[in-house]
Design a protein around this ligand. Structure first.
Ligand code: FUL
Length: 477
């Protein structure tokens, strides 16, 4: 298992940038898909929709932000421009925007309203700016379109305060002249880095990886260290959705994509990067609002399950709530999200580790600290196994029997992702140790459902790691 120390060290050399850590710490964000499609019933607008159809008469970004906050998410990503090219802000570079709509007599700015509401509610704000533009006559002409796209990026990145993520969609179809554009990704990235150095670039970019489906399907082991090629692959338009592919959103992860980062998989890969996953999905079948889907809103149970598998499985969760033509989130969506928020607040309110005795083997860490360090949920306090030691056992003991629902583990990912296998065991009524579950990766966060397990002792045993594991947090609820 440990025959190749050089190889193991190579794997952990891929570490995150602080902006990636900050984004992973957000864990759960909401998407808002809003444009002319909201009024035409389409999922991909054609680009020739008249601006006059955009009229959110009851627009209230505060209602969106309140719902997102209540739902336990930490920010909103807005489709500032979707494939139809209609801009939700009064861009100086096109007439195809909210400024030529009847909304607020052409003086409205949805990006302003949503970013302001986010700030008022203590939420982060992110922008989606589709490179594919079916309205812009420059699309498909190369540099003139890239100039146009970059100008719009600059408006968004300089006019609306701090941006946590620029969400780059790989979709690339024909423009109004039947031509296809080859995006100058490197140039776009440079603009984002220069104007918003703290923002992550999602998808067709270097920071956050698309999980590979829109159905909420997760990998049993979601690795953050993956072949560097993965960041390039997503920029290839063929990988993205096709307009006539009606089943795209239902599709899961094909078997060739199941393992992206095991030791076995990475062995033959020359370049590795730290590229954590995000799972994006809609609370409804469509990304945009369609009244006929009012009865098909995902259930609270479904969202809870997806939350536990994504946030609790080393991936960010990005859940779309499409505003209605009035400019409000639909009450069913709000109610469902609120249930998720209530569940999250209650389920993780009372950390039973606080009143447990903690014992570890090895007892002392590499830096002379003890396992007490994992009580604090931050990256400044952690337990680092002595160099060369890949196994770590942590015991949580209580005076009285406890009823346990969730175990939460976090690695100190500043030093990469190291844990490859661990088990969770408990002491039964006779004091004998019983294995409860065998798991693989931890990464930013792993949530193990304990389903009301009753015990006086819980044992977490890391059985394999790339090099000495570093635990940052252990919580039990
Ligand atoms: C895709 C787009 O084509 C969909 O309309 C949606 O915006 C989704 C999040 O990304 O590539």
């Amino acid at each position: 298992m440990y025959e190749n120390m050089q190889e193991d060290l190579r794997l952990i050399r891929a570490v995150p940038h602080p902006r990636q850590i900050a984004y992973q710490e957000l864990e759960f964000l909401c998407f808002a898909h809003f444009t002319v499609n909201t009024y035409t019933g389409r999922e991909w607008g054609l680009g020739d929709e008249p601006e006059s159809i955009f009229y959110p008469a009851k627009m209230d970004a505060g209602q969106w932000a309140a719902a997102v906050k209540e739902g336990g998410a930490r920010g909103i990503i807005l489709t500032c421009k979707h494939h139809d090219g209609f801009c939700l802000w009064p861009s100086r570079y096109t007439e195809h925007s909210v400024k030529n709509s009847p909304y607020k007599g052409g003086r409205g700015d949805i990006v302003r309203e949503v970013s302001d509401a986010c700030r008022a509610y203590g939420l982060k704000f992110g922008v989606y700016l589709s490179p594919w533009d079916r309205n812009c006559p420059l699309y498909g002409q190369g540099k003139p379109y890239d100039d146009y796209y970059v100008n719009q990026l600059e408006e968004l990145l300089t006019g609306y305060g701090e941006i946590c993520v620029v969400w780059l969609d790989g979709a690339c179809g024909e423009g109004p002249n039947g031509r296809v554009q080859r995006y100058d990704w490197e140039r776009y990235f440079e603009v984002v880095r220069r104007l918003q150095p703290g923002a992550c670039i999602f998808g067709c970019g270097p920071d956050i990886r698309w999980c590979g489906n829109e159905a909420g399907k997760t990998r049993p082991s979601e690795w953050s260290v993956v072949p560097a090629d993965m960041a390039r692959a997503e920029r290839v338009a063929e990988k993205s959705q096709k307009e006539d592919d009606k089943n795209f959103r239902e599709r899961g992860i094909d078997s060739t994509q199941l393992d992206l980062g095991s030791r076995q998989k990475l062995k033959k890969e020359p370049d590795l990067i730290f590229y954590p996953a995000e799972t994006d999905l809609s609370i409804r079948p469509g990304w945009f609002y369609h009244p006929e889907e009012d009865g098909q809103v995902r259930s609270f149970e479904n969202l809870k399950d997806i939350y536990l598998k994504t946030v609790g499985g080393n991936a960010n969760l990005l859940l779309n709530l499409p505003p209605t033509p009035d400019g409000l989130f639909h009450e069913t969506d709000v109610r469902t999200l609120a249930r998720l928020g209530a569940f999250l607040r209650e389920a993780f309110a009372d950390n039973l580790a606080d009143k447990a005795q903690l014992v570890s083997l090895p007892a002392a860490d590499q830096n002379g600290g003890t396992i007490e360090n994992v009580r604090r949920d931050d990256y400044d306090a952690y337990f680092e196994n002595p160099e060369g030691e890949r196994e770590l056992t942590v015991r949580l003991r209580w005076e009285e029997e406890q009823k346990l629902e969730y175990l939460v583990l976090k690695e100190q990912i500043r030093f990469s992702q190291r844990v490859e296998a661990f088990t969770v065991s408990y002491a039964d009524a006779d004091g004998n140790e019983q294995e409860y579950e065998a798991c693989t990766v931890i990464g930013h966060k792993k949530i193990v459902a304990l389903n009301g397990l009753r015990t006086k002792e819980l044992i977490v045993r890391i059985t394999d790691a790339r090099v000495a594991p570093i635990l940052s947090f252990v919580g039990v609820y």
